[in-house]
Write a protein that binds this ligand. Structure first.
Ligand SMILES: Cc1cc2nc3c(=O)[nH]c(=O)nc-3n(C[C@H](O)[C@H](O)[C@H](O)COP(=O)(O)OP(=O)(O)OC[C@H]3O[C@@H](n4cnc5c(N)ncnc54)[C@H](O)[C@@H]3O)c2cc1C
Length: 482
């Protein structure tokens, strides 16, 4: 597996390790194997790498010193934030030839500019802390995802994370105005601009956003803040088909405009796995429906105004036979419970014995066709597999996860991974979609990305990598293969 990480370098020499420790001082590193081990393990626990050293510089200057030593000695670096990524991008291989460089101690809020609606934070600030800080300032930072209590903003930026508010506010890319980055040669690029307009050449920050730590280590960022919504209304809605969900989204946007901030689609089998596998889960509606939408509408209206507006749109949707049944959250607590169900869906799938996950996107107009074609093709190939499908459908993003057939072992099903991926991703690509909507490429999707992207695109990506990191020390073997 070490060669899958694409790093043939020898183990890091002890002399280099001592120099790196000295650069960060006591408290800035872990060097005992048992202390390092958790940082080498993937979130789902299905990959365990190894590394001789875990570094956590406290400042940009320390980070630059670490990277300079690595550049001089040809030592490979795995940048790491909260280690919640789902593509093995933040763990080392098994050659003891990569040091992990974490932003965990870079937690300062460097600046707040309320007139400009911006906050400047260091890369190690946990996402939930930024949301909290924004609320304290009577502002809103919209990035929101299941791992928000652990993931760090540097990791969110490096994966261009999506989550549940993309429909209204865009991906992480849309939330970043400026970056500070330690480059692979140890120089610091200070691009911490807080401008919404700046046409002075190539927009360099975009290379690092979604760059998965292959071009440099992000140490700080200027983020956009938004007006804090005063009113929020969530609804759990039962429907017959994904087509009805797409039509409902169109209707809601026509009537409520930008106020529609989240729109999630969930299949009934996914809800069944949740109810069976996650204690305390309950079905929000009395009768079962083939599909569900969980939506949030938010804005600055008077208290109660959104509930009325959403109820009115749902009445129209019932008349048009788009919606079978719905429940509006009557309190903040009920809304939190509905969104907790959404967050818990992956745990229901896990409890069912594991799935082969896909994080795909297609144009919204092709969602129904994708689900139909993927279900039919999978059914033909694996008649006893169970289909679990949910996702941020407002963004055309679905997590399409065939679940292990009850009569198969996990190993039997896992052996089919490549074949299953090909079935699902061939359909996605045929519909003009993406094989990784929000989780990134890392190692998991590297081969497939090389297969599906055009040679011109791959060549450009390789050239950018080599221009910034000619020695290939920054997260080698992830995202690009050179
Ligand atoms: C329960 C759960 C739910 C999730 N839901 C979503 C979701 O809805 N949407 C979504 O998009 N993702 C989701 N994810 C995936 C994951 O949380 C995100 O990718 C997150 O943005 C990763 O942040 P992190 O700090 O954990 O980064 P890590 O996992 O530590 O790193 C991810 C990648 O970024 C690189 N990196 C980390 N920090 C830096 C830095 N400072 N500079 C340069 N490179 C860096 C790493 O090398 C690695 O390649 C979910 C994960 C879990 C476990």
């Amino acid at each position: 597996m070490s060669e899958i990480h694409g790093n043939p370098r020898p183990a890091v020499p002890s002399g280099v390790i001592e120099r790196l420790k000295a650069a960060v001082g006591p408290g800035g590193y872990l060097d005992k194997p048992e202390d390092i081990l958790p940082y080498c393990r993937s979130w789902r626990g299905n990959w365990q790498g190894e590394s001789p050293l875990f570094l956590r510089p406290a400042t940009t200057a320390e980070m630059a010193a670490v990277v300079s030593i690595c550049a001089e000695t040809g030592t490979s670096i795995v940048p790491q934030g909260g280690n919640t990524g789902l593509t093995y991008g933040s763990q080392p291989g098994r050659g003891m030839n990569e040091v992990i460089v974490s932003t965990a101690r870079m937690k300062a809020v460097r600046d707040v500019d309320l007139d400009n609606d911006t906050i400047t934070v260091e890369a190690g600030v946990v996402l939930q802390e930024i949301q909290r800080k924004a609320a304290e300032l009577n502002r809103f930072f919209p990035l929101s995802l299941g791992a928000e209590g652990t993931c760090q903003i540097g990791g969110n930026i490096s994966t261009n994370a999506g989550g549940i508010q993309v429909l209204r506010y865009g991906n992480t890319r849309n939330l970043v105005l400026g970056l500070e980055v330690v480059l692979p040669d140890g120089r610091v690029w200070n691009g911490l601009r807080s401008l919404r307009k700046d046409n002075t050449g190539y927009d360099l920050k975009q290379l690092f956003i979604g760059g998965e730590g292959t071009l440099g280590i992000i140490t700080a960022a200027v983020l956009k803040l938004f007006p804090r919504p005063t009113e929020q209304q969530s609804a759990w809605i039962g429907l017959e088909t994904p087509d009805a969900a797409v039509a409902l989204l169109g209707l809601m946007r026509e009537r409520l405009g930008e106020a529609v901030s989240s729109f999630e689609l969930i299949s009934r089998p996914t809800v069944d796995l949740l109810l069976a596998g996650v204690p305390g889960s309950t079905d929000p509606l009395a009768a079962e429906h083939p599909w569900y939408v969980l939506t949030e509408v938010s804005g600055q209206g008077a208290p109660g105004s959104l509930a009325e507006a959403v109820a009115h749109v749902l009445e129209i949707a019932v008349e048009k036979e788009l919606v079978q049944d719905a429940v509006l959250a009557s309190s903040g607590e009920q809304a939190r419970r509905l969104w907790k169900m959404r967050e818990d869906l992956p745990f229901g799938v896990q409890a069912a014995g594991g799935a082969i996950p896909h994080d795909v996107s297609v144009p919204l107009s092709r969602i129904t066709e994708f689900i139909r074609r993927a279900d039919e093709a999978m059914q033909r190939a694996y008649p006893t597999a169970r289909f679990c499908c949910f996702g941020h459908v407002g963004d055309g993003n679905l997590h399409y996860n065939p679940v292990r057939p009850a009569d198969w072992t996990y190993e039997q099903f896992a052996a089919e991974r490549e074949a299953v991926n090909k079935i699902v991703h061939d359909i996605v690509v045929d519909l003009g979609g993406s094989i990784s909507a929000e989780h990134g490429i890392g190692i998991v999707r590297l081969d497939e990305n090389l297969r599906y992207k055009s040679p011109v695109e791959i060549d450009l990506m390789n050239r950018i990598k080599l221009a910034l990191d000619p020695a290939n020390i920054m997260n080698p073997g992830k995202l690009v293969r050179i």
